[in-house]
Design a protein around this ligand. Structure first.
Ligand code: GAL
Length: 679
């Protein structure tokens, strides 16, 4: 497990407040607009802006020829206006001169086709030519601005791996081989890890190994898994090269914007966390999901997990619609503030947006911004001002930590491996199962910490393990040890099945599915019976399920419910096992929302975790520091809600003696002094 150390979070960008910020692309506007921008930013309370993210073609119009005049003026102007800069290194997208001179840096897709310039991020992560050119630019940028008084934070590249994470070119192939040599040392071990005895795939020399390019049949899943690991490591290595150069030039904190979100899964951010001085995330509501707001809370909790519980930055979100989904849904009145404060409630100490002024040209001209096309007489601008006021009233919350007594084990590597080809059911998606577990916990009013496999679990009353298909012996031993010492775990189907090489944990001497967790759960599964998409099943206690069923054979566990219909009628569906001083629950199917909620409520009661009792759609989390507790209550419903509480409500300044009312769609934050009992 990686030990995460975020440095310098307290210096540079972070003040005694929650920053309001945005991407700012002044180069898209005549300079005559800049003064207005400054005045309006000050009015809104914008204190941190990201500039120069895509600056390369302006800064270096021809190879080796730099023009900093415009960026100098912007840096100075921001400084004069008391606005701090999150300075992009400018390397996110190569300028046309570079791709014209060096077309070999262009990324190659899985089918061997090239992605051409004309969009963004068209570069191969393994390209030494790209890296050299980018570091040349960066050295010039760092020399010029590392002592600038406006500089608060370095913003390396942009969303590394958003578009170019997987490159299959020959340069990547050579780098992949080096990575494999480093991981396995011998070709024999690669052959073993990839199970190349199947389908005549045995490698005799290193140079026969390629990236997993498109194949005529199903490809090798272990090769794909290692390529996913390699590709994440490759961009991390690239990030490190930029960060190292910046750290040689000064002590300003360095970060990059992660994409902890539902639609991008290319980076294993558990591996990245130790290399950023502050964890920063970009999050956009995804209206292709069933519960976009739940996913927002989930992503915020996962970002906090990646930050090891320390405050983090929301580096980008949108004020209203984005421009890259099939249907770009605009935000309802109040939604932007509510969503922003949901991030704060879950540990964000900065709320930033893409972007300041809505563009009129280019691919993002229909994307919302703090200052919309409609100007200041608009819902969006009024809400921008409202958010600025809200964040200033919450200033004292900065630096506090979120309390949670339940953990959920999250793994990007299990995500990659679960969704391999040739699995029992394409309806078993990693995030689908993880989100379902999370939504049940959220509906029960429980705050969840996301932890990586192998993390210390002893401080949690309950650990939820959804769809942890791939798990190492060491990481599974941590979970078993936690339960044996008195913890409670809830494990879901399709967990524990494979080791790190995607080899199923089955051996002739007796290990049977669910492999790593069979002893812990006190059962084994005889056969999986995935369900047709339209099929739903009923359990003996009336709960409803779909997607999956399996024949469960109990060893030491007891059945809580059984399937009463479907292919495994009579087989246990939910089980409970006493193990050492603790308890391990198992659910052998995908419950529907109402059923999952009741199961989670039962398991929480078993684990002694109090539930909030708030109505569905009203969420509450608490941040604490040495002296105070700040309880955020976010009412996503349109009905008023109420809660027993006393203390000062920070957004309205009211003193609350017994009942806190939270009007429909609004947020309230109660501040209370900590007592000695809170410790
Ligand atoms: C992000 C990106 C921004 C902007 C934004 C639009 O992925 O970092 O530059 O494109 O999306 O939603």
């Amino acid at each position: 497990m990686t030990q995460h150390v975020t440095r310098a979070a307290a210096e540079g960008w972070q003040r005694e407040s929650i920053a309001l910020g945005c991407d700012y692309n002044p180069e898209q506007w005549p300079e005559s607009v800049w003064a207005d921008d400054m005045a309006l930013m000050r009015e809104a309370g914008v204190s941190l802006v990201a500039i120069n993210v895509f600056g390369w073609a302006q800064l270096e119009p021809r190879p080796g020829e730099f023009d900093f005049a415009s960026l100098d003026r912007i840096m100075d102007l921001l400084h004069e206006n008391g606005i701090r800069v999150n300075l992009g290194t400018g390397t996110a997208s190569p300028p046309p001169w570079l791709t014209t001179r060096h077309p070999e840096i262009l990324p190659m897709m899985v089918d061997g086709t090239i992605r051409w310039p004309g969009g963004r991020q068209a570069w191969c992560p393994s390209s030494p030519v790209f890296r050299e050119a980018a570091l040349t630019l960066l050295a010039a940028v760092a020399d010029r601005y590392s002592e600038h008084p406006a500089l608060a934070l370095w913003h390396v590249s942009n969303e590394l791996g958003c578009h170019n994470a997987l490159c299959y070119c020959d340069v990547s192939a050579a780098s992949f081989r080096r990575w494999l040599e480093n991981r396995y040392a011998t070709l024999e071990r690669v052959n073993d890890a990839w199970g190349t005895v199947s389908w005549s795939q045995r490698y005799a020399t290193w140079d026969e190994i390629l990236p997993p390019r498109a194949t005529i049949s199903a490809g090798n899943p272990a090769q794909r898994l290692d390529f996913a690991r390699f590709s994440s490591d490759e961009l991390l290595d690239y990030y490190r090269a930029e960060a190292e150069l910046l750290r040689e030039k000064g002590s300003t904190p360095v970060t990059t914007n992660f994409m902890i979100t539902a639609h991008i899964r290319t980076q294993d951010y558990w591996q990245w966390a130790a290399d950023v001085d502050i964890v920063a995330n970009d999050h956009y509501l995804d209206h292709r999901l069933e519960h976009p707001t739940s996913e927002l809370a989930f992503a915020a909790d996962l970002t906090r997990g990646v930050a090891s519980g320390q405050p983090w930055m929301l580096m980008e979100q949108s004020t209203s619609a984005v421009s890259w989904q099939p249907h770009n849904i605009a935000k309802q009145p109040g939604e932007m503030t509510r969503n922003s404060l949901t991030h704060v409630a879950r540990g964000a100490d900065a709320v930033c947006f893409f972007q300041w002024r809505a563009s009129v040209r280019g691919a993002e001209k229909f994307h919302s911004a703090l200052l919309p096309h409609a100007g200041t007489d608009s819902k969006i601008w009024r809400e921008t001002l409202e958010l600025g006021r809200a964040l200033s009233r919450l200033a004292e919350v900065a630096g506090s930590r979120v309390e949670a007594s339940v953990a959920l084990i999250f793994s990007w590597q299990s995500w990659w491996a679960t969704e391999s080809d040739s699995h029992p059911s394409s309806a078993v998606t990693y995030l689908g199962q993880v989100h379902a577990a999370y939504e049940a916990l959220r509906s029960a009013g429980v705050t969840v910490d996301m932890v990586e496999p192998g993390a210390r679990l002893d401080d949690y009353s309950l650990v939820v393990v959804p769809c942890l298909y791939l798990v190492s012996d060491a990481d599974s031993a941590v979970l078993s040890g936690y339960v044996e010492r008195g913890g409670t775990a809830l494990v879901t189907f399709f967990s524990g099945l494979a080791d790190e090489t995607d080899r199923l944990r089955v051996d002739p001497t007796g290990c049977r599915p669910p492999g790593a967790f069979a002893d812990l759960l006190g059962l084994w599964t005889e056969e999986a019976f995935p369900l047709k998409t339209t099929e739903t099943l009923t359990l003996s206690d009336g709960r409803a399920a779909s997607v999956w069923s399996e024949t469960v054979r109990l060893t030491t566990a007891s059945a809580i419910t059984t399937f009463i219909d479907g292919p495994v009628a009579g087989s246990p569906a939910i089980t409970r096992n006493s193990r050492g001083s603790g308890t391990a629950w198992y659910v052998a199917t995908a419950l529907d929302e109402a059923s999952y909620f009741t199961l989670v409520s039962d398991v929480l009661a078993d684990a002694g975790v109090p539930v909030s009792g708030l109505p569905r759609g009203v969420e509450s989390t608490t941040r604490t520091n040495d002296t105070h507790r700040y309880t955020f209550v976010i009412n996503h419903t349109m009905s008023d809600a109420a809660l027993d509480a006393h203390g000062i409500e920070l957004l309205t300044g009211e003193r609350v003696h017994s009942t806190l009312s939270i009007p429909g769609g609004q947020v309230r934050v109660i501040k209370q002094e900590r007592t000695s009992n809170d410790a």
